[in-house]
Design a protein around this ligand. Structure first.
Ligand SMILES: Cc1cc2nc3c(=O)[nH]c(=O)nc-3n(C[C@H](O)[C@H](O)[C@H](O)COP(=O)(O)OP(=O)(O)OC[C@H]3O[C@@H](n4cnc5c(N)ncnc54)[C@H](O)[C@@H]3O)c2cc1C
Ligand code: SF4
Length: 570
C-alpha cells in the first residue's frame, strides 16, 4: 500500500494528523494549529458547520412532524441508540443509527455514537467537574488497575487553561474532592434543591449538594466573543446545536478556531483504517484513510499523530494497526491493548415528592441541575465495595395544564395552570473498576463496508457494581427521608453498560510499559510520536463526567509534543 508518487506524498504530508474532530480531537487540532503546526484533521463523518448545519435549532414544537417524539418505526429499527434520552426527533440526525455501523456485542453494550464533525460534543449534556487526587490516587490506594502516572497538580493548570476557553459556569464550592475551577457565574439551585442542600450539609459532615458545573456561557468573556459565541439564553435545547454558541461544542469553538489559524485542514468523509508503522524508522509515519464515499484508500503522513476517534474507535484503529513489528496492534507488546476497559454505572435512580414550598415555583429553564459529589470511601475505606458514586439531583414542580375550552377560555386555562407538588429525583454515576476481563477487541472474521474489522465489546458489571447500586439506593433513600420527602421510589434499570456514554480505557496511561500503553504525556510507550488523549487513555474512571479531563489531557499532551519532544531528539 506504499505511496510511490513523490509529489502526492509531499502533498499528503503534514506536521501533525488528528484522527477525529469531536471533543478531544477538536482540542488537539486547535492546540496544534495555534502552535503553528500544519495539521490535518481526519473525520469519518460529514461536516457539521456551526449554525449552518443545525437544521432544527430554531424550530417550534408544532413544526416537528411527531411533536418531538421519535416515531415507533425508528425506535424499532434502532433498539440501541433509541435508548439514549437525548435521541429525539429534534436531535436524532446527529446520532449513529444501529444498522449503519454494526458492532459485535459479546455481552450487551449500548454504544452511543455521533459520526460527524464535532462528534458527540454536539449532543453532550455539558457537565464538567474536575477530578481531584482522590481520583488520581484511587488505583494505587485501593490496589486495582495500575497507578496513574500523573497527579492533580500535573493537570490542574490545564484544567484552568481549557476552562477559560470553553467557558464553565459554576460556583467556588471549596470541596477537596471536587476542586474549583475558572468559573463564569453559576446557575442557582432552586428553593427545594437549596433546602435539600441545607438539610444534607447540616446532617452529614462529608456530604454536599452543589450546582453542577457546566460548559455554558453564563457571562461570555472576550475569549468567547472572539470565538463568535454568545450568552446562553437558557433555552435548554442544546442537543439541536445552539445558534448562540451558548454551550461548548467543537463546531462552534475549537474546530473553527483551528481553521482560522490557516494551519489546519479538515477532511470529512475520511475513515481512518490504521496507522502506518515504519519498522526501519521505528515510528509511525502516517495513517491509512478510506474515503467513505469513493472507498479509495489514501495515505497521509506526519511526524505527530493524535488518535482521538472516541475511546472505542481509538482502540479499534490501534488494534487494526498491525505491522511486522507489532502483529497484534500498535505498541501492543504487553498484550493489554483493548483491555482494562471501564465505564460509568448509571443504573439506579431514586425519586420522591416534597410537600413544602407550596407558594413557590420555578420560572424558565436552566441548562444544568444539582450535583452530589462522591462521598463514599473518599478519605477511608468504609463500605464493602471499592470506590463510590456521585449523583445528579434536581427538583421541579409538577404542573397540570387544562386544555379545555377555545379562544379566550383556552388561553386563560393555559396561562393559569394548576400547580402540583414538587418532585425530586436523583441518578447515580458510579465508578467501575477496570479489569483485564473487560475489553474492546476486533472481530477478524467480519469487516465493515470500508474494509475495517468490526469492533467487539465484552464488558460487564461485577459484584462491586451491584453493591454500589444497593448502597446508592439505601443512602439516597435515607437522605430523602431525613429531608422529609415522601413517596420515595427507587429503580435499578439493570441497563447494559454503554448508556452512560463514558466508555474509557483499553490504551491506559501508566508508569511501566509492561503494564500500560501510554506514558505520563499520553504518548505511546512503544510508538513515541503517537498520542492518545480521548477516553481510551483513562487508567481509571472516577465518578465525574470525563470530557473536561480528556480536553485538559489533550492540551497538556500537545504542549509536550510541540515544546518538549523536539528537545528529546536534539
Ligand atoms: C447524550 C450525551 C450526553 C453526554 N453528557 C456528557 C456530560 O455531561 N459530560 C461529559 O463529560 N460527557 C458527556 N458525554 C460524553 C461526551 O460526549 C464524550 O465523552 C466526548 O464527546 C468524547 O470525546 P471524544 O473526542 O473522545 O469522542 P467524540 O466526541 O465522539 O469524537 C470522536 C470523533 O471521531 C470520529 N471517528 C471515529 N472513528 C473514526 C475513524 N476511524 N476515522 C476518522 N474519524 C473517526 C467520530 O466520527 C467523531 O467525530 C455525553 C454524550 C452524549 C451522547
Ligand atoms: S441552553 Fe443555552 S446553550 Fe443550550 S440551546 Fe439554550 S441558549 Fe443555547
Amino acid at each position: 500500500m506504499a505511496n510511490f508518487n513523490i509529489d502526492s506524498t509531499k502533498e499528503n504530508t503534514y506536521d501533525a494528523i488528528v484522527i477525529g474532530s469531536g471533543m478531544s480531537g477538536g482540542w488537539a487540532a486547535k492546540e496544534l494549529a495555534d502552535k503553528g503546526l500544519k495539521t490535518l484533521i481526519l473525520e469519518r463523518g460529514r461536516d457539521v458547520k456551526h449554525n449552518v448545519d443545525y437544521p432544527t435549532t430554531n424550530m417550534m414544537p408544532w413544526e416537528f412532524k411527531h411533536r418531538m417524539q421519535v416515531p415507533q418505526e425508528v425506535v424499532d429499527e434502532n433498539p440501541v441508540v433509541s435508548k439514549c434520552y437525548n435521541f429525539r426527533e429534534d436531535s436524532m440526525h446527529f446520532f449513529v443509527k444501529d444498522k449503519e455501523h454494526p458492532y459485535v456485542q459479546e455481552k450487551p453494550f449500548d454504544w452511543i455514537r455521533g459520526y460527524q464533525v464535532g462528534g458527540k460534543s454536539i449532543m453532550w449534556a455539558r457537565q464538567t467537574q474536575r477530578w481531584s487526587d482522590f481520583d488520581f490516587e484511587g488505583p494505587a490506594r485501593d490496589g486495582f488497575a495500575v497507578d496513574w502516572p500523573i497527579r492533580y497538580k500535573d493537570i490542574a493548570p490545564w484544567y484552568s487553561y481549557v476552562e477559560k476557553f470553553v467557558g464553565i459556569a459554576g460556583f467556588k464550592d471549596g470541596l477537596p474532592n471536587l476542586p474549583d475551577g475558572e468559573f463564569l457565574p453559576g446557575y442557582d439551585l432552586n428553593c427545594v434543591e437549596g433546602y435539600f442542600k441545607e438539610k444534607v450539609e447540616s446532617t452529614y459532615k462529608d456530604r454536599n449538594i452543589i450546582s453542577a458545573r457546566c460548559a455554558h456561557l453564563s457571562e461570555p468573556q472576550p475569549i468567547h466573543l472572539e470565538q463568535g459565541r454568545g450568552q446562553c439564553m437558557n433555552r435548554a435545547l442544546c442537543q439541536r446545536g445552539c445558534p448562540f454558541g451558548g454551550y461548548f461544542n467543537s463546531n462552534s469553538s475549537t474546530i473553527p478556531w483551528a481553521l482560522k489559524t490557516g494551519n489546519a485542514t479538515l477532511r470529512p468523509f475520511s475513515v481512518v483504517h490504521s496507522l502506518i508503522y515504519d519498522d526501519a524508522k521505528e515510528k509511525v509515519t502516517g495513517v491509512r484513510v478510506v474515503d467513505s464515499e469513493s472507498k479509495e484508500m489514501i495515505e497521509y503522513y506526519a511526524s505527530i499523530v493524535f488518535v482521538n476517534a472516541g475511546a472505542l474507535n481509538t482502540n479499534l484503529i490501534l488494534l487494526n494497526s498491525t505491522s511486522n513489528r507489532f502483529p497484534n496492534g500498535l505498541g501492543n507488546d504487553n498484550g493489554l491493548l483493548g483491555k482494562y476497559a471501564a465505564f460509568h454505572n448509571y443504573r439506579a435512580r431514586v425519586s420522591a415528592r416534597y410537600e413544602g414550598f407550596p407558594d413557590k415555583t420555578t420560572v424558565g429553564r436552566r441548562p444544568t441541575s444539582g450535583y452530589i459529589p462522591r462521598f463514599r470511601n473518599v478519605y477511608k475505606q468504609e463500605t464493602d465495595f471499592l470506590r463510590g458514586y456521585a449523583a445528579g439531583f434536581s427538583a421541579g414542580r409538577q404542573v397540570d395544564r387544562n386544555y379545555d375550552g377555545v379562544g379566550e377560555s383556552l388561553k386563560s386555562n393555559l396561562l393559569n395552570p394548576e400547580w402540583g407538588g414538587w418532585r425530586v429525583g436523583s441518578h447515580m454515576m458510579g465508578e467501575t473498576i477496570p479489569k483485564e476481563s473487560n475489553y474492546w477487541g476486533i472481530d477478524a472474521t467480519q469487516n465493515d463496508e470500508w474494509g475495517i474489522p468490526l469492533l467487539k465489546v465484552n464488558v460487564d458489571y461485577d459484584d462491586n457494581d451491584e453493591k454500589m447500586v444497593a448502597d446508592y439506593i439505601e443512602q439516597l433513600t435515607e437522605m430523602f427521608t431525613m429531608a422529609g420527602f415522601t413517596d420515595i421510589q427507587s429503580n435499578d434499570s439493570k441497563q447494559a453498560p454503554g448508556l452512560d456514554i463514558h466508555e474509557m480505557g483499553g490504551v491506559r496511561m501508566g508508569k511501566d510499559p509492561k503494564t500500560s500503553l501510554l506514558d505520563k504525556w499520553n504518548r505511546m510507550h512503544l510508538a513515541k510520536n503517537v498520542f492518545v488523549t480521548d477516553g481510551a487513555c483513562m487508567t481509571s474512571t472516577s465518578t465525574q463526567n470525563p470530557s473536561l479531563t480528556y480536553m485538559a489531557l489533550t492540551a497538556r499532551a500537545v504542549d509536550f509534543a510541540v515544546k518538549e519532544m523536539p528537545k528529546e531528539t536534539t
